[in-house]
Design a protein around this ligand. Structure first.
Ligand SMILES: Nc1ncnc2c1ncn2[C@@H]1O[C@H](COP(=O)(O)OP(=O)(O)OP(=O)(O)O)[C@@H](O)[C@H]1O
Ligand SMILES: [Mg+2]
Length: 345
């Protein structure tokens, strides 16, 4: 187990700046999720920590050791990290136990020690019964378990996981998500997990770094990220808030020429800015509601989603199915929101 520290890390491919000054500190035994949309630089950041790419500027430390920085380039195999990729990256012509034991045989570990440690690692991922199978005889979820066991077998200082669950179907993804949480609790390994799935990040990690275009917009606990987003971008990406551009005055917010009564907590805000409103934070058919044209109604099982028109913007509202009556126009009242003054956005 080790801590990981990035200070002002930059990386460009040609003229394209991909990582633009990322700093973070993950304590030994911590679990960090790098969360963001496609192309924001998550994999590049992870690959730099692994040593598969080198920083253009800035430094990376693992514990107190400088592994990447000016004139220092510690190669991946000397960093003692484990890595799991989105594509299973399991060698097709080696059996499960040969795959898992390979990192140990590279290090010259004795045959009997390899056997013992492979068995232990396969136990961790509940694959003990599959040791002699070939990869072609395994499901996607089992292949990814092999990759996790192989990454863990040498007891890495840090386990790096790059969207390890993205290729799996939903049920398997949820199952393996629980197993990763259990493994982490059992082994206490420092973990960095890359994902574009907010549910995965919030559910698994103790720290979430929300990335946007090569920078970290917010690095906080999952609860703080969800309940107190630092920027409109974070509010929109995590929790899927509607982002309304407009002006607050006298306890109302006006966007696209249409006014909403602000919730009590925001009665005193004034001026131009962005109002972030979660789909669940609007009540329909209430007094004080703003009438809006109903565009579509989607049945979600436990609730309904309503799409309402606000000028040329579509507002998503999730509400109990009872409000489904009425057609044409629904009134919506904002029950909770975050206001970001224009100067800060
Ligand atoms: N080897 C490379 N050469 C040139 N450009 C690259 C290279 N690797 C990545 N990029 C570019 O850098 C940007 C960030 O890529 P990166 O793989 O880090 O994104 P990501 O956040 O992991 O995205 P995804 O969720 O799609 O995996 C992208 O625009 C990508 O096209
Ligand atoms: Mg990626």
């Amino acid at each position: 187990m080790a801590s990981v520290t990035l200070s002002s890390v930059h990386k460009a491919y040609g003229d394209t700046k991909v990582v633009k000054g990322i700093s973070l500190e993950l304590k030994s035994g911590g679990f960090l999720a790098l969360l963001g949309p496609s192309g924001c630089g998550k994999t590049t950041t992870l690959r730099m920590i692994a040593g598969l790419e080198n920083v253009d500027a800035g430094t990376i430390h693992i514990d107190s050791q400088l592994v990447d920085g000016p004139n220092v380039r510690i190669p991946p195999e000397k960093r003692e990290l484990g890595m799991v990729f989105q594509s299973y990256a399991v060698w097709p012509h080696r059996s499960v136990k040969e795959n898992v034991g390979y990192p140990l045989s590279l290090r010259g570990v004795s045959k009997s020690d390899i056997d013992r440690r492979v068995k232990e690692a396969l136990d961790w991922v509940r694959l003990a019964a599959f040791a002699d199978r070939m990869p072609s005889q395994l499901s996607g979820g089992q292949l990814q378990r092999v990759a996790i066991a192989r990454a863990l077998v040498a007891q890495p200082k840090v386990l790096l996981l790059d969207e390890p669950l993205s290729n799996l179907d939903m049920a398997l993804r949820e199952e393996l998500r629980g197993e990763i949480a259990a493994l982490r609790a059992r082994l206490g390994t420092t973990m960095i997990f890359v994902t574009h799935d907010q549910h995965e990040a919030l559910a698994l990690a103790d720290h979430v770094a929300v990335m946007n275009k090569g920078v970290i917009e917010q690095l906080d606990s999952p609860r703080t990220i969800y309940e107190a987003p630092a920027t409109p971008y974070v509010a929109g990406f995590v929790g899927g808030s509607n982002l309304l551009e407009g002006t607050a005055a006298d306890g109302t917010f006006t966007s696209h020429g249409i006014s909403f009564v602000l919730p009590d907590s925001l009665k005193t805000v004034t001026g131009p800015g962005t109002l972030a409103v979660r789909a669940e934070a609007m009540a329909l058919g209430q007094p004080d509601g703003t009438p809006l044209p109903l565009l579509a109604r989607l049945f979600l099982g436990h609730s309904m989603e309503f799409r309402l028109a606000l000028g040329d913007q579509i507002l998503r509202v999730i509400n109990s199915a009872d409000e489904a009556a009425g057609t044409g126009t629904l009134t919506a009242r904002i029950t909770a929101a975050h206001f970001f003054p224009a100067s800060r956005t």
